[in-house]
Design a protein around this ligand. Structure first.
Ligand code: NAD
Length: 517
């Protein structure tokens, strides 16, 4: 007998979140509409159809942008701390709905239930951060070179922010953007991944409640649905001054060019090829836990997943053996069952990419330390469950240079100084996350120095994944250069203005230029 959505507890979650069997996919807050084709959301957990969402049509899109542009005029007038209060209320609602939303994230995307809850917690955390930020959107004051002049800078809201998100963090990435953009006075239009439309519908329902309770106009939070074509309407739209796009490097290159063509702003959060360096002084127990979590967590589908382990020859065999022992302990299966460590890949295409990566390693003659394969039999009917694999490889192989969004970990050996390991670590096109495992202060500091890791994230004695929201998140090189979340990442959602005020009775010019009439 097949397991129903109700047996999984998913039907109850959908009911609580207001997600139906067939959903309108376009929303300006109060209004929901949509006549477009239906996107089916099928769970990678067991291939069940969870629900359908109407794609946004061009006509619907036009309506959304108009409403959003109008609501911006109202929203930007509201004092920032009051906007923060709205975000605080959203955070409160997320606390209330953490369980059903986390469960739906887990079931629609396939990540473990713990990670599903963790994702909603991350939304709550960024709301808290944004509330505090709403009283700290400050610029600098400078001393003017002219007498009786005052100079300072201030930040103003930008306008409509377009958010394009990836399937693997179906809700958190949206909230990293929106929570900040909202307190900054912007309104948002969200195009989630076409692979995870239902969690997006759920988030929009929750935000709608907050906006209605506060009698705010529609358009502050908007949702559109569809594939790249719907995304392209936004990237080409001059009414959307900022596009924040999270996804593959392939997508980022297209989006960056479209936005640059109209001289818009883009914030790009793209793929990574993250490595942990393991030096002779590493704590091996910590290394193994960090590496295994980094490589198999979310079934290797985090942008910060550990893809390469660069291990010194002195400890190479020890690390290799410890890892293969650890992999034997992994249980793979239904991510809603908390006993399982690893859930499914998102779909069959992802499974094919995974198989192709392993095939390429074998073609190169690479040794499979832990062999991969697709799991079959009871509980694995979706065909998306794969065995996390470890391969001995070389950094220059094309497949190692690429991000394969699956649990394949490449073991790379280094000899000599830590500089050699850093060169391997930096020897890829991507620059998202990196880590070093060492108890040697000199090695750690070299890794963090200007000549060290070239990534946006560089950790010591922590794996590559699992960032906190307080720091700015993002990466260099082909990862796109964008920063989201904490620190001063909010500045990208605002426009900076420099103001000079003359409170004297003369009009001196800068640089001492004389101009008398
Ligand atoms: P993807 O690039 O296939 O799709 C991402 C989003 O972009 C989707 O919403 C998609 O519809 C949209 N899109 C695709 N082509 C577009 C176009 N031409 N114009 C406008 N929109 C377009 O990525 P995915 O498979 O959903 O996600 C996995 C990728 O995302 C991985 O590479 C991963 O590393 C990356 N990612 C990066 C971060 C980060 O913060 N750096 C975070 C999460 C995921």
């Amino acid at each position: 007998m097949s397991i129903t959505l109700a047996d999984h507890g998913i039907q109850q979650a959908l009911d609580q979140l207001g997600v139906k069997e067939i959903n309108l996919g376009t929303s300006t807050g109060k209004q929901w509409f949509g006549t477009g084709a239906l996107i089916e959301s099928v769970s990678p957990v067991d291939n069940q159809l969870i629900g359908k969402v109407h794609e946004t049509t061009k006509e619907d899109y036009e309506k959304v942008v108009k409403v959003a542009s109008e609501s911006f005029k109202v929203w930007r007038k509201m004092p920032a701390p009051q906007r923060g209060e709205i975000v605080r209320q959203y955070g409160e609602l997320l606390r209330q709905y953490k369980e059903p939303l986390g469960k739906l994230v887990s079931y629609e995307m396939g990540k473990s239930l713990q990670e599903g809850y963790g994702e909603v917690q991350e939304m709550i955390d960024i709301c808290d951060f944004a509330v505090g930020l709403s009283r700290q959107l400050h610029g600098l004051t400078m001393h003017s070179e002219r007498p009786n002049h005052r100079m300072y800078e201030q930040y103003h809201p930008l306008g409509v922010v377009g958010i394009i998100s990836a399937f693997n963090f179906p809700v958190a990435v949206w909230s990293w953007n929106t929570a900040l953009a909202w307190v900054c006075g912007d309104v948002c239009i969200w195009k989630p991944s076409e692979k995870t439309p239902l969690t997006a519908v759920a988030c929009q329902h929750l935000m709608t409640k907050v906006l209605e309770q506060n009698d705010l106009p529609e358009g502050i939070s908007c949702l559109i649905n569809g594939d790249y074509r719907v995304g392209e309407w936004m990237t080409n739209d001059t009414r959307v001054p900022l596009i924040s796009a999270t996804g593959s490097i392939r997508m980022g290159k297209i989006v960056a060019q479209a936005v640059a063509k109209r001289l818009g702003k883009s914030l790009l959060e793209l793929g990574g090829n993250n490595a942990i360096i393991v030096t002779p002084d590493a704590d091996i127990k910590m290394t193994v836990i960090g590496a295994v979590f980094g490589a198999v967590g979310t079934c290797g589908q985090r942008c910060t997943s550990t893809r390469r382990l660069i291990v010194h020859e002195e400890v190479y065999d020890k690390v290799k053996n410890a890892l293969s022992e650890a992999y034997k302990q992994l249980s793979i299966g239904n991510p809603l069952d908390e006993r399982n460590h690893v859930g499914p890949l998102i779909d069959k295409d992802a499974v094919n990419n995974y198989l192709n990566a392993i095939a390429q390693v074998k073609e190169h003659g690479g040794n499979m330390v832990v062999d991969g394969g697709v799991l079959e039999g009871e509980g694995y009917d979706s065909g998306c469950y794969v065995k996390p694999a470890i391969a001995e490889a070389e950094n220059h192989w094309e497949i190692v240079q690429e991000e394969t969004f699956a649990p394949v970990l490449y073991l790379l050996k280094y000899t000599g100084d830590v500089e050699n390991a850093i060169a391997i670590q930096n020897g890829v096109k991507q620059g998202l996350s990196s880590a070093i495992m060492t108890t040697n202060l000199r090695e750690a500091e070299k890794f963090l120095s200007h000549a060290g890791s070239d990534c946006g994230i560089a950790n010591v004695n922590i794996g590559t994944s699992g960032a906190e929201i307080g720091g700015a998140f993002g990466g260099e090189k082909e990862t796109g250069g964008g920063r989201e979340s904490g620190s001063d990442a909010w500045k990208v959602y605002m426009r900076r203005q420099t103001n000079t005020i003359n409170y004297g009775a003369d009009l001196p010019l800068a640089q001492g230029i004389k101009f008398d009439l």
